[in-house]
Design a protein around this ligand. Structure first.
Ligand code: SAH
Length: 261
């Protein structure tokens, strides 16, 4: 750890499977005296890494002032605090507002990254999000709900790039998602919706922009799902991976690089 007096750790717990936390994140939980975790999104099994009898708080029923108080009081009492977030803390984790009061109080902290649900979803689909000659860009975004999205980042604008897009927090607004995507992508563009990636009950619905909204509603998917759209999903959606033609330069036998002349 970078600093021996650091006693607050913001930890990415990964997408659900308790084995998808990093070794460093697991060790920080093992050493913690206080664990604050994000309710239903973090597996109870992650809490199983904590020491016997530690103080555990579910942040789902707490506000920012309350979680901050638990952290600051804990540090003042000489305790180590693990603040456990789902996926990677830097994506829709609201960590900055939690860090600000710690900085103000002169409390040092460390952030331990995690496996985002975007990557667990890609793994479940056995998809490569950056396929040569198809797309070399991945956008992480969401549609506007109660949290506003800057005008220039409207899904309809982002769709014009026809890159790969991972859409968080939006499956409950699937009709709006599809309507905006159709302003950039053709109707036959492949889409996948992965629900609870890496949890025991994970599942995926695949289709195109034409039929995905109906399929998602028929399947009853309303939350904890990742929407991924883009031509990189063609083989994942059709199931025909052997038909992929574009190859990367990285493993091309005609293409030497630093480690292979
Ligand atoms: N920091 C988290 C995202 C938190 S926002 C991360 O990096 O994954 C919560 C949103 O993440 C959900 O609305 C959903 O879109 C997505 N999500 C979280 N866990 C998921 C999972 N196991 N499978 C699919 N999507 C998930």
């Amino acid at each position: 750890m970078s600093n021996s007096i650091t006693s607050v750790f913001f930890i990415g717990a990964g997408p659900g499977d308790p084995e998808l936390i990093t070794v460093k994140g697991m060790k920080a939980i093992q050493q913690a005296d206080i664990v604050i975790y994000a309710g239903s999104l973090v597996s109870e099994k992650i809490l199983g890494y904590a020491k016997e009898g530690v103080e555990i708080h579910n942040s789902a029923s707490m506000n920012l002032e309350e979680t901050t108080k638990v952290i600051i009081d804990g540090v003042k009492a000489g305790k180590a605090v693990a603040r456990v977030h789902t996926g990677d803390p830097s994506l829709y984790g609201a960590i900055l507002e939690q860090i600000a009061p710690l900085e103000k109080a002169g409390i040092s902290y460390e952030i331990i990254p995690g496996v985002s649900s975007a990557f667990a979803s890609a793994a479940y689909l056995k998809a490569e999000l950056t396929l040569p000659e198809v797309s070399q860009t991945v956008i992480f975004t969401r549609v506007e709900g109660r949290t506003p999205v800057p005008e220039k980042e409207r899904l309809s604008e982002l769709a014009k790039h026809r890159a790969t897009i991972c859409i968080f927090l939006s499956v409950g607004m699937i009709d709006k998602v599809v309507a905006e995507l159709l302003q950039g992508y053709p109707e036959d563009t492949p889409v996948a919706v992965v629900e609870r990636a890496s949890w025991p009950d994970e599942r995926a619905i695949t289709g195109t922009l034409k039929d995905i909204a109906r399929k998602v509603k028929d399947a009853g998917i309303k939350r904890q799902a990742m929407i991924i759209v883009g031509d990189v999903l063609k083989s994942a959606v059709s199931g025909q991976r052997s038909a992929v033609r574009a190859k990367s330069k990285l493993y091309d036998k005609e293409f030497g690089h630093e480690y292979r002349k």
